[in-house]
Design a protein. Structure first.
Ligand code: GEK
Length: 240
């Protein structure tokens, strides 16, 4: 796996975008930037195994290099599920397809380059939206979640993970400090951390837990429950 050194050098960088360079180091970047990433996928597999019926289709919106779907395909093999990953970054989709081929899973896994706001989601048993809603413009989020809920069959599930804000400034600061310690522990320097933060400033817009839950309920989900939280990162299960 190529190591993420994108913000280590002296160049001045523009706003963060999902480019070829990012796709190349993405798996390393995610495991060193998202606390509990592997655990969230494992917990998602356990939940999906309980809610899905054999041969149903699972969508991963903002699938990046397909890491989640590859893991789920392995973990949920007995259910003979179909998986579709959608992402609007061409280099991410190219990498996801290469990985699926490498693992001999290209029959089960389809990767589509498209904007998730425009994509059709036929026959959805489950939809995964991990660390991606935070990149969707806030004013578009309610309609997007409504579209997701409409696409799911009754009893179908959405798994949504997000970076969140705490409404309490003191707690918010403490959570961010814990997160900065996590990034340091993963070998990122102070310079890399601050450059990345600047690049994400207007691109990644987190909501609070309450705002996310409210959006999900308004979209039509009847049961909404967080199943994993690490300081300012949360994963939520929503059942239609
Ligand atoms: C994982 N879920 O491994 N349409 C399609 N894709 C989009 C859009 C959009 N409108 N906006 C952003 N993306 C993955 C990690 S990363 C999270 C998700 C991160 C895509 C973007 O190209 C990128 O691949 C992904 O959403 C967000 O669990 O980088 O922090």
């Amino acid at each position: 796996m190529s190591r993420d050194n994108l913000y280590a050098d002296g160049e001045i960088k523009e706003d963060f975008r999902f480019t070829e360079g990012v796709a190349e180091v993405f798996d390393d970047m995610l495991s060193r930037s998202v606390p509990g990433y592997a655990q969230v996928i494992e917990m998602s597999a356990q939940l999906l195994g309980r809610f899905l019926k054999p041969e149903e289709r699972v969508y991963d919106l903002g699938c990046s290099t397909g890491a989640t779907l590859l893991k789920l395909a392995k973990r949920l093999e007995p259910l003979s599920l179909h998986f579709t990953g959608i992402d609007n970054s061409a280099p991410m989709i190219a990498k996801a397809r290469r990985k699926a081929e490498m693992y001999g899973k290209q029959e089960q896994l389809t990767f589509i380059e498209n904007d998730i706001l425009d994509a059709d989601l036929p026959d959805a048993g489950a939809i995964i939206l991990n660390y991606t809603m935070q990149f969707i413009r806030p004013m578009l989020r309610a309609d997007f979640l409504q579209k997701i809920c409409t696409a799911l069959r009754p009893g179908g599930v959405l798994i949504m993970s997000e970076k969140i804000l705490s409404p309490d400034p003191l707690i918010n600061r403490a959570f961010i400090d814990c997160y900065l310690d996590f990034k340091r522990s993963q070998g990122y320097s102070e310079l890399e951390i601050s450059r990345k933060r600047e690049a994400l400033e207007n691109v990644l817009i987190p909501f609070t837990m309450a705002e996310n839950i409210d959006l999900l309920q308004r979209a039509g989900f009847t049961r909404v429950e967080p199943f994993c939280q690490w300081f300012n990162f949360v994963s939520i299960l929503a059942v239609k």
